[in-house]
Design a protein around this ligand. Structure first.
Ligand code: ADP
Length: 676
């Protein structure tokens, strides 16, 4: 049957089918926003890439998209839809609200062997499946494992994966991934087997889960490479003999002596307490067609089940694929397989693309409750800052055509989007009312989440005060003590844009948002500058120091990503006049202090010592580190705040850009030195 389709700009497709909400993450070249698929009401993650920014990384994106289309597994983040315009690429992905495994590890300091086993079995399951499909991932690390709503892991970031034409047994040459997780044969530039290199990275990951730090680590890249090629690392005392053995079997320098993934599936350590091998086959095999989902779509599309099945089986990764896969996901989670008939989407419901992507998303339908997206403020901050290096990646593997498949598809589902102006106005009004109602519901849901998380918060003792050591040259004299009224910077170029919402004349209600912002720099072409650190930490063997510092991060909650702040007018006043009052979240370090100005001044005085450039605004300090060439290696934010109930001072941390472990060490160091 010929299918009609109203012509539309491909960008508009995003706003036709999805609500676009706040930024929840950003990577080397992508910004990831929370979205909602309008027809099913399901949350999604929208990975947004600007083509002009991608440059040589465009093939990497193409590779990632192709791999994700071919992979369907319970522990791999599902791709639902790809939208490509002349300037942008949007990947609509399964939403993982639990954040990165990395943040989970540091929030808990390290994981118990039992909890590690739960996660590790899922990682083995995902990797056995990836390898069975002929792929090697080549960038396994805790930043690339996300936690979903059921606390299960989902593997992301297939931009560096490889699928050798002759099968996985064929050798690869491209050196890629993050050095700390890279196998010795890879960093030595030898030909290597992708699956063997993945097992090494899984060993490093397993060590990171069990220990809370990396087995091979050094500021200096050459020293790091030497440690990796020697393959020697210290086993901390808390590791069981079984863990020590497994780690040793995975981190064998000779790849031929290393365990294979198929051996991991039934390894005694992996089987302990389970007594069954890891189930690695896909529970959601590609090509399986679910009849309940087809029926629901057929009714909506006013088509026969046969023609609906044929449409779905084209697997174009358009809105048909997305609707089908989202319905399937709802069914698998025991939700009714329903397309929401009350939801209409119109051109005027959503802001134009540029407004949506470049500005914070304001919901203009509620005069006294404008939702300000705190993370968009953070990411706008990055956008505005000339110091942030936008494209840290270099070096890719593989070739691609310049554009992605752009086949068009017409269907009655699409026609729903092309209503008359009167229909649109009516639909918009209905939609606004519904959304207002939903937002209220969401706010109360969020409050419940906060209450639940508060119960789970573990309170750790702060490390003993440490005498600041200054092995590096200060960028600014230490007498920068200030009060929050006097904003200070030590090298930041000030941007005109206000970072905080408090300057607005409108009555502003900052509303609950599910949010998370974190970035990572991945190192494709290894260069010493990529591991450069601006802090004076002892070498990696000093686990005692690491454990102490770890406790600064340890006073955090489980790896939850929702930052929820309801700002009433009185709270807004408080933000202007003093530190914000917030609840303890996983990204808040508690100090034993009661005087926020003192903590702020301590932080400001320590930053230059650590070669951190900063700009202070009120109680928020925007920080960055630069390499020798002036390129930004790390960006993060520290906010001094008061903790609810205890009235003690806390420091909220937010990584905006940079290597996760380097960030962890640096902020630990700053806070351990400051929070006396
Ligand atoms: P890049 O390819 O540019 O490195 P990533 O795919 O790693 O970008 O995404 C950047 C960050 O966005 C991730 O580290 C994560 O915090 C967040 N993110 C990515 N995908 C999802 C998702 N499906 N659900 C929730 N957050 C996500």
């Amino acid at each position: 049957m010929p299918m009609e389709r109203m012509e539309s700009r491909r960008e508009d497709d995003l706003y036709k089918y999805y609500e676009v909400h706040e930024t929840i993450g950003s990577g080397g070249f992508a910004k990831v926003k929370l979205g909602r698929h309008i027809l099913t009401g399901e949350k999604v993650a929208i990975k947004i890439m600007q083509k002009k920014d991608l440059g040589d990384d465009l093939p990497r994106v193409k590779l990632e998209i192709e791999a994700m289309k071919n992979l369907s597994h319970q522990h791999i983040c599902r791709l639902y839809q790809v939208i490509e315009s002349s300037t942008q690429i949007f990947m609509i992905l399964e939403y993982c609200p639990g954040g990165e495994l990395f943040d989970y590890i540091i929030a808990k300091d390290r994981l118990s062997e039992e909890e590690t086993r739960v996660f590790f079995r899922q990682i083995v399951s995902a990797m056995a499946y990836v390898h069975s499909q002929g792929y090697a991932h080549r960038d396994l690390k805790p930043e690339n494992l996300l936690i979903d709503g059921d606390h299960n892991l989902k593997l992301i970031d297939f931009g560096l994966c490889a699928k050798p034409k002759g099968g996985l047994g064929y050798e690869l040459m491209t050196c890629c991934g993050s050095p700390a997780y890279a196998a010795p044969e890879l960093i030595q530039g030898k030909a290597y087997i992708g699956s063997e290199a993945d097992v090494w990275s899984m060993g490093v990951l397993l060590f990171a889960l069990l220990c809370g730090y990396l087995p091979f680590d050094d500021d200096n890249c050459m020293v790091l490479y030497r440690k990796i090629t020697r393959g020697t690392y210290d086993n901390p005392s808390w590791l069981s003999p079984g863990s020590v053995l497994l780690l040793n079997q995975m981190m064998q320098v000779d790849p031929k002596l290393r365990l294979a993934v198929r051996q991991l599936l039934q390894h005694p350590w992996v089987m302990k307490d389970y007594n069954t091998p890891v189930e690695w086959y896909s529970k959601q095999p590609l090509g399986h067609i679910d009849q309940d989902c087809i029926t629901e779509m057929a009714v909506n599309l006013k088509r026969s089940r046969e023609s609906t099945t044929a449409l779905v089986q084209e697997w174009r990764y358009d809105h048909i694929t997305a609707t089908y896969l989202l319905l399937l996901s709802m069914k698998q989670r025991g939700k009714p397989v329903r397309i929401k008939t009350e939801h209409h989407f119109t051109e005027d419901t959503f802001s134009p693309l540029h407004g949506g992507l470049q500005k914070p998303h304001h919901y203009a339908d509620d005069d006294d409750a404008v939702i300000l997206d705190s993370l968009d403020l953070c990411s706008d901050f990055i956008d505005d800052c000339p110091w942030v290096a936008r494209h840290p990646q270099q070096g890719v593997c593989g070739k691609m055509e310049p554009t992605l498949d752009d086949k068009k598809l017409a269907s009655p589902l699409e026609k729903r989007c092309n209503r008359s102006p009167a229909e649109r106005r009516k639909a918009t009004a209905t939609h606004h009312l519904e959304r207002r109602h939903k937002e209220r519901q969401q706010a109360s849901e969020n409050k419940e989440n906060v209450a639940q998380r508060e119960k789970e918060v573990e309170i750790f003792a702060l490390p003993p005060p440490r005498t600041p050591t200054s092995s590096k040259k200060s960028m600014q004299p230490r007498n920068v003590l200030t009060t929050p009224g006097q904003n200070v910077s030590n090298g930041y170029k000030s941007t005109p844009k206000a970072v905080e919402g408090s300057g607005s004349k409108e009555p502003v209600k900052r509303k609950a948002v599910e949010s998370k912002e974190s970035t990572n720099i991945e190192i494709l072409a290894f260069s010493p500058e990529r591991r450069s650190r601006s802090l004076d930490l002892p070498a990696s063997g000093d686990s005692g120091r690491k454990r102490r510092a770890g406790r600064v991060f340890g006073s955090l909650e489980r790896g939850l990503d929702k930052v929820i702040t309801m700002l009433t007018p009185s709270k807004r006043r408080a933000q202007r006049d003093g530190p914000r009052k917030i609840k303890v979240q996983y990204n808040v370090t508690q100090t034993g202090q009661t005087n926020p100005d003192q903590v702020l001044n301590h932080i400001l005085s320590i930053l230059p010592e650590k070669n951190v450039e900063f700009r202070q605004k009120g109680y928020t300090v925007k920080c960055k580190t630069l390499d020798d060439f002036g390129k930004v290696t790390m960006a993060f934010e520290l906010e001094v705040c008061l903790l609810h109930r205890s009235e003690l001072v806390g420091v909220r941390r937010q990584r905006l850009k940079g290597d996760a472990w380097v960030y962890k060490h640096l902020v630990e160091d700053i806070l351990a030195t400051s929070c006396i």
